[in-house]
Design a protein around this ligand. Structure first.
Ligand code: MG
Length: 203
């Protein structure tokens, strides 16, 4: 199982980090050791002083495919979850300055909490799904898939030109604006269309 993630897929988030709005999807990956399930606590690593939350929708790949056309790409995921793409922003900033890869900032252990999955059939329109993140009871991020720069189909088609997608792979689809630092003791609650799917602590 692999985790593929899309960066800068909501224009307002790209702007808040002073990044250009991309014209093709920005891709990075996390290993399976990044996955954190069942609302287990996230243990703040001591190699970073600036771990950021990025709430995102996560697609679960439902069958193997490569060179998938955009027209058929919707057939390659059946379930959606909420995830947090934890990012060591201090490390990422240093690596971006030097043109170095992002793995140390993005792929560390437990950097990908993921909720239970919901069948996509439950949503009337996958391009009008609201989601958000509260920390200690206050809203920090609010997003809606109507603001995606690259659709789920476009992401699946694009990635599968380069990397074979396998059943069970996860795709993090990008975060809306409002990213920020987490601290030990914080209580994170993630909502998908009003349903609380993520509920865990930073330890
Ligand atoms: Mg992200």
């Amino acid at each position: 199982m692999k985790i593929i993630a899309i960066g800068r897929n909501y224009a307002e988030h790209a702007k808040e980090l002073n990044n250009p709005v991309p014209t093709t999807p920005v891709i990075f990956m996390k290993p399976d050791t990044a996955l954190l399930k069942d609302n287990k606590p996230f243990y703040h690593p001591d190699f970073s002083q600036d771990i950021h939350h990025e709430i995102e929708l996560v697609l679960k790949v439902s069958k193997e495919g490569r060179h998938i056309s955009e027209k058929f790409a919707a057939n390659y995921y059946e379930e959606i979850a909420l995830g947090v793409d934890f990012t060591a922003r201090d490390i990422q900033s240093r690596h971006k300055e030097k043109g170095l890869p992002w793995e140390l900032a993005k792929a560390f252990d437990s950097s990908a909490p993921v909720s239970n999955f919901v069948p996509k059939a439950k949503f009337a329109d996958v391009y009008n799904i609201s989601f958000g993140l509260n920390i200690n009871g206050e809203s920090r991020q609010q997003g809606n898939t109507k603001n995606l720069l690259f659709s789920f189909e476009r992401i699946i088609a694009f990635v599968s030109q380069y990397i074979t997608l396998k059943k069970g792979d996860l795709i993090f689809t990008g975060t809306p604006e409002g990213v920020g630092k987490v601290a030990i003791g914080d209580h994170l609650e993630g909502y998908l269309e009003g349903d609380k799917l993520l509920d865990f602590y930073i330890k």
